[in-house]
Design a binder for this molecule. Sequence first.
Ligand code: BMA
Length: 363
Amino acid sequence: MRKYLFLLAAVLCLTACRSGGKPMETPKDQLVHRLFSYAEAGVIAYGHQDDLSYGHAWRVTDWENDPLERSDVKDVSGHYPMVLGFDLGGIELADSCNLDGVPFGLIRKAALKHIERGGIVTFSWHPRNPLTGGDAWDVSSDQVVRSVLKGGDKYADFLLWLRRAADFIESLGPETPVIFRPWHENTGSWFWWGEKLCSADEFRELYRHTWLYLTQERKLTNILWCYSPGGPIPPQVFLQRYPGDEFVDILGTDIYEFVGPDGLEESRVRFAGQVREMLTTLNSLATEHHKLMCLSETGLEGLPDPLWWTEGLYPAIRDFPVSYVLTWRNAHDKPGHFYAPWKGFEGAADFKEFSEKEEIVLL
Ligand code: BMA
């Protein structure tokens, strides 16, 4: 009941903000307040990557005419996820589809449709390696970040990449607030912007350069900026590469469960412990820095644990002011690569139970 009363209050507030006598909030302010109000009310929005564009063994093909009503999450819970994630990887080269084969036209249409339905949209970005021409995971050189900063050989080329990312976000319209989460998982070393691939100064400059170009040069005021290293990490490591309060609205973290040789239950307990440890850190940093917090990516690939949602994820997050939690994508073309259940999946009941918890909100 709590979540329904809360959602009703949120809708009434939104209507009042739009029409009422007090000064109009910007679309970004509205989303910031909405996410803060989730945290204050003790509810957590559930999100899923690429949910409207494809799912387990299906995908949207004729996207211009498709009503975008299919969703694995809706198939098993009756609701769309509240947060919808997309990846911009490929936009930098003006590709027509992203790195997972989703047309950018479909991403734009699905993002706008989801927001029109009352949902929230977030973008991650796995851009190619601007120095080697490889992908985001090409860590063969530790000169890449340096090469795109002022004075570097790839500075001009990279500016064009930023321009293309900005063009896409701008194309959604100034009234459409979105969460942008560039340079994620940067305290690991699997992306070219990772810890061992650049100094802390270079990383901060990369993030700030991105922020400055999009917000100052291009004047995109509809972006909520999320900084999300992988977790768990101690607060001093989180802060080592933190770009600064001016450049960040949401403190996030990406934490996945990996099943170890000790089995499902032990792995679940370990995962929940890691999530709690990191959310404790984020909670104190977010309070100190007056920021929102989220679990920007999580999941257990293939969901081999039938109790992952109710016994793993839920107890790990429920006591924290997490605005949203997002599980990763359900690939349409790799049968075992999914992070949310789908119609016919035998573990779907546990997700449905999770989705009906008082603290968890879907659309
Ligand atoms: C990874 C996997 C990849 C995918 C990438 C970007 O975690 O899901 O298959 O290409 O994310 O979406």
